[in-house]
Structures are given as structure tokens and as C-alpha cells.
Design a protein around this ligand. Sequence first.
Ligand code: NAP
Length: 442
Amino acid sequence: MASVLGRPSPLRLGLVARRTTTTTNTIAATASGSRVLSPFLPSSTHNCYPRRYKSGPYGYTLAKTLVFSRFGEPKDVLSLHTHSISPTLPDGAVLLRALAAPVNPADVNTIQGTYGAKPSFSPLLGTPEPAAVPGNEGCFEVVSVGAQTPGLARGDWVIPATSGFGTFRTHALVEDAARQLIRIGGEKGTEGLSAKQVATVSVNPCSAYRMLKDYVDLVDLSVKSFARGGDGATGGAWFLQNGANSGVGRSAIQLGRLWGLRSINVIRERATPEETEALKKELQELGATVVVTEDEFLDRSFSARLKEEWTRGGREPVLLGLNCVGGKSASAMVKALSPGGCMVTYGGMSRQSFPFPTGPQIFKRLRFEGFWLSEWAKEHPTEKRNTINEILEHMRNGRFKEAPFQEVEWGWDTEEKVLKDAVQGTLEGFRSGKGIFVFGDT
Ligand SMILES: NC(=O)c1ccc[n+]([C@@H]2O[C@H](COP(=O)([O-])OP(=O)(O)OC[C@H]3O[C@@H](n4cnc5c(N)ncnc54)[C@H](OP(=O)(O)O)[C@@H]3O)[C@@H](O)[C@H]2O)c1
């Protein structure tokens, strides 16, 4: 979480708690809130501005944030909390305004308490109980800059440098901004980029990029295969993935295309054959070589099809499998991978585990790896920034398309339920796009 919930006292950070407004936008200070408020505001202040937007008296910024104080389903544990931020920023700090923030499956798992990283619950936002702000990804605009904050200026767009920032909020006061934020765009700034592209670049595209590059050198394999020439190579090296229509899957397809790789992509059937065909076509247009449904993938005939239809009798190996589903789909992936291949598990959307079968580990010498972007990024902070910049450049040039979105507008008057439903719906499957908060008049 951003240092807004970190070590310093709320007074030092200028954070002032107010009661959450859920169904009206009338704002009133709570008893605990007014205790925190007293050094800053006259006690009657809250009566003076029943409807305020963005800016309070003395330049205070009014902010809203989703918070949770215990683990559980988002609809049960999230609430919308209102607080104020002082115009006086500590040295090295910046005040940010949110532009867009996607809701990723990991955000929901974090709220449920099933994710690998647990947030710390802090009292600093003045919530009735210590709370955490959900959300890992987002694009923010710098609103004001404290003294001694090099490299950032008002109007810059930034994204969190690390996970656990807490992005489901209208504003954030970030200490140690140079370490906690990545400024977008270098000399080119934000030219040619949308806030939604920037908000969604750091998790899914980055994960796809690293998984395609860091486990099997597919680009080198492709080059060698072409160099051998004579054996009739017809394209780059193959990789196989399930959950292919996910944000990560779409990113892998597009990066694979840019790097000359070929992909076999598994999707779940849609409600009608026409919809399934439309999704297959959509992924093919992104650069997928082959798209099959999960039923086709699990069918006995798949091995023969893989050999005869796509890999020239098995002479072109499939050495990398990307698994975000688990269960039967993961077991089918084990069967489909060629000897010496590597299966990288990075998600478990079906919530089913799968056996690590003994035979394929010995006789096919398969490798099983797990990928977690957060840990990779801790160890490779510079590489993460470089990866993001490379993908943003592809986006800028129209070579990389972001995943489809279901936009949820978050304005000052947006009701708590609308925001909670958007988070809750994330793991429900068969969605037409990823939920993304797009911030309006806040
Ligand atoms: N390890 C890491 O560092 C890392 C980084 C990024 C993402 N991830 C993981 O990658 C996965 C995809 O994330 P995302 O943000 O790209 O997802 P997303 O865009 O929200 O898409 C969700 C995907 O999961 C599929 N899905 C949902 N429920 C399913 C079920 N019960 N069985 C099979 N498939 C199901 C969806 O297929 P339908 O359209 O058919 O519902 C869709 O393909 C998640 O598990 C996420 O946690 C991990």
C-alpha cells in the first residue's frame, strides 16, 4: 500500500478522516474524525459545505477510497470511506488524482485473504477499524508536488512501482514518491497513450512478457529452427496457453506475434457456437496461431491434431506452456508439452489443483515452474521499468492492444454498491471485459 498508510502520523501526512457516505454525498465528521480534524478545521466547518467536490476549505482535498478491515467477499467487507488530505505535503511526497484502475483477479483474492501477499491494516485513514485499500494497478495524475521531489511535476502520469499500493481510491498522498512511483513516458510523456492503457500495463502485459522470455528461449529456438532451414520450418517456436482470452493471455498472443512465435490458445466455450467462433476470430486477429476450446483441448483427439495439423508430425516441439487455470486443463497441458518442455503456472482460475505426474517428469523431463510478478519485480526493479516502457512503446505505436474493458465510472456521487459490485464481479467468469474504474468528477 502507498505510504499514505505507512509509518508517519496522520497529522503529519495531513490525512483527516470523515464518515463514509454511501447513499448521499452529505459529509459529516465523526467523533473520531473530528478529534483528528480539530488541529486543522473549525469545529463547525462540516456544516459550511454540505456539497463539496474535490476541494475543501483551506485547500484540503476531499478523497474517497474503498477500504476493508477484514478478509472476505468484496460485497461483504468493502466500504467506501471519505477523508481529507492537507495541501501541505511532506518533503519528497506527491498528491495524486486517480485516472483509471483495473480490477484484477489478484485484487479480489487479496480482499478474500487467499492471495500470497497479505496487506497490513492501518488506522491512518481514520477508518473506524484499521483498514487496507485494495487494488494494485492504476494510472494517476500528479496534482501537487512537495519540496525535494525530483523528477516529478504537476500533470505527470504515474503508476505504482510495486504491488500493494492501494489503487481503488480517488486520491493518494504518496511519500517517497521517487521510490514508489514510475513516471510514464520518459521524454515522450503520455503522448499517444490513454489512461486505461497506462493503468493496465504493469501486471498482465508484464507477466506475459516475462513468462515468454524467462523460462524457455523461444526466440533463440525460432532462429535456430529457421537456420536449420532444410527441415521445412514454417514459423517461429510454439507455446501453449490456457485462459487465452484473459488479460495475460491476450498479451502473450500479441507479444508472441511481435517476436515471431506461434501460439496454441485454449479458451472456454461461450454461450453459443457463434460467440465461441467470434472469440476465436478475435484472438486470431490479435495474432493467435491456433485457438481451441477447452472441450477440444480435453478431447482424446487433441494429441493427434497437435501432431498432424499444427506441428508437422511433432517435429516442431511445444516447449512452453502457460497455465492460469489448473485442474483438467493443466493436466491436458502436461500431456501436450513436448519432451524437455516447461510448464509455468501463474494462476488458478478454476480453483482446482492438478497432480504433478511422475511419468512426464521422468520420461518427458518436464519442468514445472511458478511465476509471481510481485516477487520477480522486487528482484528486478530496473528490468520491470524497462519491460513497462517497451510495452508502452508498442501501445503507442498501435502494435499492442489492451484487453477489452467493462468501464465503471467512479465520480464523486458514485454509490458504494456500484463500486463493490464491480470488484465482486471480477471472478465470475465469461465476462466481456475486465472491470476498470475510470475516474470522473472526483
Ligand atoms: N502470478 C502472477 O504474477 C500473475 C500476474 C497476472 C495475472 N495472474 C493471474 O492470471 C490469471 C488471469 O488474470 P487476468 O487479469 O489476465 O484475468 P482476466 O483478464 O480477468 O480474465 C480472467 C480469465 O480467467 C478465465 N476464467 C475465469 N474463471 C474461470 C474458471 N472457473 N475456469 C477457467 N477459466 C476461468 C476467464 O475465462 P472466461 O472468459 O472463459 O471466463 C478469463 O480467461 C489470474 O489467475 C491472475 O491471478 C497472475
